[in-house]
Structure formats: C-alpha cells, structure tokens
Design a protein around this ligand. Sequence first.
Ligand SMILES: Cc1ncc(COP(=O)(O)O)c(C=O)c1O
Length: 394
Amino acid sequence: MLSANPIKPRTSRADRVRPFYVMDLLARANQLEAEGRSVLHMEVGEPDFPTPQPVIEAGIRALQAQLTHYTPALGLPELRRAIADYYRRQFDVAIEPRRVIVTPGASGALQLALAVLLDTGDRVLLTDPGYPCNRNMIRLLGADCIDVAVGPESHYQLQAAHIERYWDDSTVAAMIASPSNPTGTMISAGALQSLLDAVTAKGGHLIVDEIYQGLVYDEQNHTALALNESAIVINSFSKFFGMTGWRLGWMVAPEMYVDAADRVAQNLFLAPPTVSQHAALAAFAPETLEILQRRVDIFQQRRDFLLPALRAMGFVISVEPEGAFYIYADCSAITSDAFSWCHDLLEAEGVAVTPGIDFGENAAARHVRFAYTRPVEELECACDRITKYIKKTS
Ligand SMILES: Cc1ncc(COP(=O)(O)O)c(C=O)c1O
C-alpha cells in the first residue's frame, strides 16, 4: 500500500551545496571526445604524472602481504611518524607524531577539522575566490561562511586587516590555502605570521591548507607549523606526491583537538585506506622525492610558458602565481561573461577551461582558471586555438 505521508524532501543543507559548474563542461568535453573531436584539457586539477614507481611498488607489496584490514582511525603509527619526520627534515619543525592525523585525502582532513571546530551557527572567514568545497562543507555542518573578496593586492590571500574588519562574535575560524586554488598565489611567511597572530588574538583558529606544498616555484616552501602551534594544517598525498586516486591526506592539529578528531574520524571514516597508507610510507624515500622534484621543474617550465602566452592574448594576470598548477586570469578584455565564454570556447575550439564562478562570486564573470596539468606541447596547441578563437570573436 502507498504511504499517505509525502516523502520528506532533501534537506535545506543539501540544497545549499552548490555544484561544480566545470563538471558540466567536463561532461560535454567527454561527449565531444567520444564523437571524435580533439579536446585539450586545461580544466583538470590533478597532476598528469603517474604515482611514482616506488610508491606503486610499496602498494603492491602491501596487497601481496594482505595488509587489507582497518588501521587505527588516526592512521598507521609508522606513517604518522614518517609525516612528522618529513616536517623535521624539510622545515626543521618538530611535531609530536600524535598530532598528525591521517585522513582520506585533504578532503577528509578538512571535514574533520571543520567538524571538530564548528557548532551550528558558527561562522568561518574564507577567501573569494577560493576552493569551493570548503563553503559547502561548512554549510553541511549547519555553520556559515563570511566570504572575503580578495584580489592581487593581497596575493588573493586573507590578511590580518581582513580579520580586524570581518571577524564578529559568531566567527570561530578563518581558512586559507597557500599556494591557493584557483590562483596559485602564496601568502608570505611574514603575512602568515600576522594573520595567525590576528586570528589567535580573536581566540579563533586558522586552518591553513598546504595541499600544494612542494609545488612551489619562485618562493621557498614554508609551513604554518613553523610559526604557531595553534594553526590547523591540512595536507595531502594527492598533488605534490601524485596520488589523487589513493585518497590519502593528513591534518596536523593542536594537541587539544586530537582526541575529538579521533572520535569523529572513527565515526566518519573508520580509518583511512590501508593499502594507500602502506604505499605512502615510500613517498618520503629519497628516490621518490627525486622523481617528484623533477616534476616540480616540469611544472615550472609549463607555468613559464603559459603565463606570457596568456598575457599576450589579452588576459590580465597581475600577480605571478608562485605555486600549484593554476593561473587565474582576468578575461575582461576578452569577454564580460566568462561562463558562456568557456562553454563557447569548448564548442568552437575544443579547449576546456574552468569559469571563475566555480570559485566564488567575487568578479567571477571576469575570470577563468587555466590548469597546466598537461605537457607544454599540448599547452602550446591550446594557446593557438584560444588565440584563433579570440581573433574570430573580437
Ligand atoms: C585547495 C584544495 N584543498 C583540498 C583539496 C582536496 O584534495 P584531496 O582530497 O584529493 O587531497 C583540493 C583538491 O583539488 C584543493 O584544491
């Protein structure tokens, strides 16, 4: 018998989660490719390189040894120690391994950090443009965001002055990513120290997403952990280590949050993926780091090709992206509607680029994000097609 009660609609929280617009673009790109068209991908936010061979081999050995059971919720103790040791060797920072929490990707770390920090109605300061999932995760927890419009003058990063201006009684945290997605720009160690001091003075927490650490070209890599014990640092094996599909990341949390994070992780994830954790133990080996460093040089060559090429076409990039693999370009000399322009470019020339709307509302119609996650030869070909398209439509 049919129930007389109407089916409960989706929650308003789920309804507030915004889609990735680029997914439609990707679906259309795949469709065009299936029809035999050539599509050049500049929308993809993951390295084109395979996982380094030593990591793959460690993963295979783990499978052969049948290491396929759950690990502790906070991760394998030896991996937590290896991550702490990596901070010591790379940054001369001593971290108690207990504070290192291994998670399913940086995504898991972000969920965990937000779940531990936020109550219903709490607010978090975020950059606009910024990584879009953060907004959605915050809303799913019944908390809210204060979007701070940032631009080239602050390297698209939050500054101490923003904390003074936007922090209110319901604000409990601020979030940044350095290098940033979508802009590739970094916060300097000095500006980060001021930001940390400003947030700490408010009694709040700064979440620093360092997922693109290692993929840094002109600047020195640095970590917020060197500056302040209260920073909550997010990182991942996805980007620099080339392990997106292994779904493994980590958080370094202040001691006072470790037990709560353990309880939340037990309930949200049970444990991070076991085989991936064993594989990741090989990620810090000198031979792996050598492979990864060669890739950093290749990413830098791609950036150094793409940046002047885009400028020559009329895109304005007023602050050099120092890291990650993105260039966030002002396209207002070319179009006033970046969203339609991305769709039309794909249809006309088979080049896929992400529209600014995926990263917030601040001047979104005037920006597009180019990812240089393809070889220089492909980027050259994509630039030829974009140039042709701009000439045709201007
Ligand atoms: C800034 C930022 N944080 C977190 C993530 C999530 O990465 P993952 O869950 O693969 O580690 C991404 C992915 O693109 C990102 O750009």
